[in-house]
Design a protein around this ligand. Structure first.
Ligand SMILES: NC(=O)c1ccc[n+]([C@@H]2O[C@H](COP(=O)([O-])OP(=O)(O)OC[C@H]3O[C@@H](n4cnc5c(N)ncnc54)[C@H](O)[C@@H]3O)[C@@H](O)[C@H]2O)c1
Length: 271
């Protein structure tokens, strides 16, 4: 039995993080490497950002490789898995983090292409990566899958009202939660765990700040921000650093008897 800090040790574990070119994904790569993991990370377009993350990991004396791959493409996903295996020989942990969003829209007004685009990256992407990594985890006799969902996959937000209906994103995240539970139950006896992190609103990432950068005027933005803060018991947004302990917990043996769970880190939104 490991004790003390050893339960969080990730030394020589190989982690594949999708969408590691910035935002929360970069923070996940950094903290997992700080606890000893070697990291393969992907980005679709922002290759420069992915390479910067890889350099950060290497500065922590861990191995890293940045791979350009679109998680919604089966061919890219197969190539990403093969590249990771070529570099490291195994994959212990998959973090399905890559995601996109489209502009706010109520269901009746939603463009079909926006519905498909978001579901394709967020849900199909997580499915494709999970599907491709499972045979390797099964042959290893161990594996750990961490899906990054959202509180938007757990509840609706009347507090934010007209400013933020993103049903395609919400449904994709609800789907990821069920994908997590299916994976957990189907493979629990083969030594594979699957859990989900559902973050609340975290500041400073591309996804969370897109609305500010868009065409919204100050008043509309303040209504939106006010809605988020009203919904959040702590009355503030999260800092991406506040998710780092949770990912280490789920990636490590500290959570070895936990599978199929959704852990919210949301300042009390879902209470
Ligand atoms: N930031 C928040 O407040 C928040 C809240 C809840 C959930 N989340 C979730 O956290 C995760 C990270 O979000 P973020 O805020 O860091 O966003 P971000 O936009 O900063 O990062 C998203 C990453 O996904 C990558 N990506 C996008 N499409 C891809 C594709 N087709 N193939 C491969 N990679 C692709 C991007 O290159 C980027 O690295 C997402 O799953 C998001 O839904 C974020």
């Amino acid at each position: 039995m490991k004790d003390g800090k050893e339960v969080f040790d990730l030394k020589d574990r190989v982690v594949l993080v999708t969408g590691g070119s910035g935002g929360l994904g970069r923070g996940f790569c950094e903290i997992l490497a700080a606890f000893g993991a070697d990291i393969a990370l992907t980005a679709d377009k922002n290759v420069k950002g992915a390479q910067e993350t890889a350099e950060m990991v290497k500065r922590l004396d861990r191995k890293a490789v940045a791979i350009q791959a679109d998680v919604s493409s089966p061919e890219d996903v197969e190539r990403m898995i093969q590249k990771t295996l070529d570099e490291f020989g195994r994959i212990d942990i998959l973090v399905n983090n890559a995601a996109i969003n489209s502009g706010p829209s109520k269901i009746a007004d939603m463009r079909i292409e926006d519905w498909d685009k978001v579901l394709k990256v967020n849900l199909r992407g997580a499915f494709l990566c999970t599907r491709a990594v499972l045979p390797h985890m099964l042959s290893q006799g161990s594996g750990n899958i961490i899906n990054i969902a959202s509180v938007k996959g757990l509840r609706t937000f009347r507090e934010i009202g007209e400013e933020m209906p993103i049903p395609n994103y919400s449904v994709s995240k609800a789907g990821m939660i069920m994908l997590t539970k299916e994976t957990a139950v189907q493979y629990a006896r083969e030594g594979i765990r699957a859990n989900c992190i559902a973050p609340g609103w975290h500041r400073g990432t591309q996804l969370s700040d897109r609305w500010r950068a868009g065409s919204w005027d100050k008043e509309k933005y303040e209504r939106y921000e006010g809605g988020i803060l009203r919904a959040t018991a702590m009355g503030r947004r999260g800092d991406p650093d506040e998710l780092k302990g949770l990912i280490v917990f789920l990636a490590s043996d500290a959570s070895s008897y936990i599978t199929g769970q959704v852990l919210t880190s949301d300042g009390g939104i879902c209470v």
